[in-house]
Design a protein around this ligand. Structure first.
Ligand code: ATP
Ligand code: MG
Ligand code: MG
Length: 349
């Protein structure tokens, strides 16, 4: 069988590896950190930095296709790898999603709605942007942010100086605060022949910038549900995308506003593991290996709950709870806010 190379050995890499294995593929994880969660389930693991050219070359030669669990892979590493095996999703999807400014500009050019935004390079550009966008607004680093890290809220112009200091000199973007009623996301897949399939949109609840729960079905009208799926397909087609893609949306009276896109399997798609014949991880493996896209129709109502921090104390109880599927990542709790696992509560009607 062929071998799938996965860059990044966290829980997403781990669950991709399991899905690959179930379809008869081998997997090879590339991860700089020691003892990665995916390391216990993959067939092969390379522990090396993204600057280690010989390790990258050996990895690239050992696999038939390369994919990834996170979007912040250094460009030089991708330049080297792309000559050794196809990379899916492709470079364009990575380029766009690595930088919030490029991403929001791309979405606007596609005719999709985003929060008002401005490029921030210094105090002068921030004060000019605040004149136009107003408060409340959010200053975010253009790159490397996740789980709400690298963000500072500006409730009034008085907060501007501190927010700028919080960016520590990194290029940033100011976003107007979107007055949304709730957040949803669409997990879509596109295959090399251009077929697109989308899972039912999920409704997401965040706290402190971290996803806590995803509920399906989401509170959406039939029209909003169609809009959500069509805009995800529009993004996937524009990028000539291959693989699974997550699109985060704000629901407002003025329609759906795109927050960000993730060129990978997505935390808000974990419900599919217990709600569909083919989950997002298998769908991704199918797309990047040229299998037909699978049946992602939802057959249950689900609440997916992330297990973070003290939530882990509930695992013995959750393990005894009917209709509760427990998924643990085998991680050590090295820092607060770390995602340790998730559960899917299955609602039977
Ligand atoms: P992720 O872990 O999803 O990649 P991230 O660090 O990239 O998170 P965002 O998705 O940009 O961060 O923001 C995290 C959350 O903060 C959003 O899901 C939303 O709840 C809130 N948020 C972000 N931007 C805005 C905005 N412009 N208006 C209102 N709320 C926002
Ligand atoms: Mg993000
Ligand atoms: Mg987000």
């Amino acid at each position: 069988g062929s071998t799938i190379g996965i860059i990044g050995g966290g829980q997403l890499g781990r669950m991709l590896s399991v899905a690959a294995s179930r379809l008869g593929f081998r997997s090879h994880i590339y991860e700089p950190g020691a003892n990665p969660p995916a390391g216990h389930v993959a067939d092969q693991v390379t522990t090396a930095t993204y600057e280690d050219e010989s390790a990258l070359r050996a990895f690239g030669k050992s696999v038939d296709v390369i994919t990834y669990e996170f979007e912040n892979i250094p460009t030089a590493a991708l330049d080297l790898l792309q000559d050794l095996a196809p990379i899916h999703p492709g470079r364009e999807a990575l380029r766009i999603s690595q930088d919030r400014l490029t991403e929001k500009s791309f979405l606007q050019e596609l005719g999709l709605q985003t929060a008002p935004f401005a490029d921030i390079t210094d105090a002068a550009s921030l004060y000019a942007a605040l004149q136009r966008i107003g408060t409340p607004s959010i200053l975010k680093t253009r790159r490397f942010g996740y789980d709400g890290k690298g963000q500072a809220r500006i409730m009034s112009p008085d907060d501007a100086a501190q927010a700028l200091a919080d960016m520590q000199g990194a290029p940033a973007i100011l976003e107007g605060f979107v007055d949304f009623s709730h957040e949803v996301s669409v997990i879509a897949a596109r295959s090399p022949d251009g077929a697109v399939a989308a899972f039912d949109p999920g409704e997401n609840v965040h706290s402190e910038g971290i996803l806590r729960t995803t509920t399906v079905p989401a509170r959406l009208t039939a029209g909003q549900r169609t809009d959500a799926v069509l805009l995800a397909a529009k993004i996937a087609n524009a990028l000539n995308y291959v693989g699974v893609l997550g699109v985060e949306l704000f629901v407002t009276d003025a329609g759906l506003i795109v927050n960000e896109i993730a060129p990978r399997v997505h935390n808000s798609g974990h419900w599919t593991q217990n709600g569909c014949a083919v989950d997002q991880f298998e769908q991704h493996i199918r797309a990047i290996t040229g299998w037909p896209l699978g049946d992602g129709r939802r057959y249950a109502d689900i609440v997916m709950e992330n297990l973070i921090g003290d939530d882990m104390d509930r695992v013995p109880d959750l393990a005894r709870t009917p209709d509760c599927a427990v998924h643990l990542y085998g991680k050590a709790e090295t820092e607060p806010g770390r995602k340790m696992g998730h559960v899917n509560h299955i609602k039977r009607s």
